[in-house]
Write a protein that binds this ligand. Sequence first.
Ligand SMILES: Cc1cc2nc3c(=O)[nH]c(=O)nc-3n(C[C@H](O)[C@H](O)[C@H](O)COP(=O)(O)OP(=O)(O)OC[C@H]3O[C@@H](n4cnc5c(N)ncnc54)[C@H](O)[C@@H]3O)c2cc1C
Length: 187
Amino acid sequence: MTDTDVAVVGGGPAGLSAALFAAKNGLRTTVFDTDETWMHKAHLFNYLGIESEDGSAFMDDSRAQVDEFGVERRQNVAVTSVAENGGGFTVSTEDGEHEAQYVVLATGANRDLAAELGCGFTDEDVVDVDVTMETTVEDAYATGAMVRAEEWQAIISAGDGAAAALNVLTKEKGEHFHDFDTPADAE
Ligand SMILES: Cc1cc2nc3c(=O)[nH]c(=O)nc-3n(C[C@H](O)[C@H](O)[C@H](O)COP(=O)(O)OP(=O)(O)OC[C@H]3O[C@@H](n4cnc5c(N)ncnc54)[C@H](O)[C@@H]3O)c2cc1C
């Protein structure tokens, strides 16, 4: 039995979006984050659906949203390594080791953990993923700034995180998974 189904490393837009989709759909989800997201330097005028919002306020809203869905958010806990353990992953932190079935790397432009885990890199020296965001290491995903040399935007990172979580959910449920709600769900 693992400690969590999905371990997310990094709690910026990519990591929290992955966590939102995973936890909302029943997976035990833990996010480790050191709170150095670039969002603290940003003001959003280009995130569809948000006219204007300070980046730190966006993070406050995002954290509250994932908390509502039961994400275990380990704030200000640094992950020091991620390694395969023969059936999942061991995520090592300053305060101990955690076992997870899946890992979503969302550490911004820092690719060190992906390299140590043995993920393949492209000719541009970014982490090699396809549209599912799965890396060359099975069940390990990479999202956000680490998979692009440039063109870094919050909404793209959030989309990457969603894609990673949906692929995990597809594997877990054994058929293609969509997280569709309707107006009746809000009543
Ligand atoms: C000055 C500036 C202005 C910007 N303005 C805009 C804008 O107007 N619109 C826009 O769309 N984008 C803007 N951006 C870009 C936007 O901030 C990024 O695209 C976005 O934050 C990337 O999201 P991410 O989740 O990939 O990475 P990040 O937001 O960088 O999040 C990565 C998180 O991982 C954590 N982390 C890293 N390593 C570890 C570890 N080992 N253990 C635990 N946690 C770890 C970090 O502390 C951080 O919280 C701006 C960026 C800057 C610098």
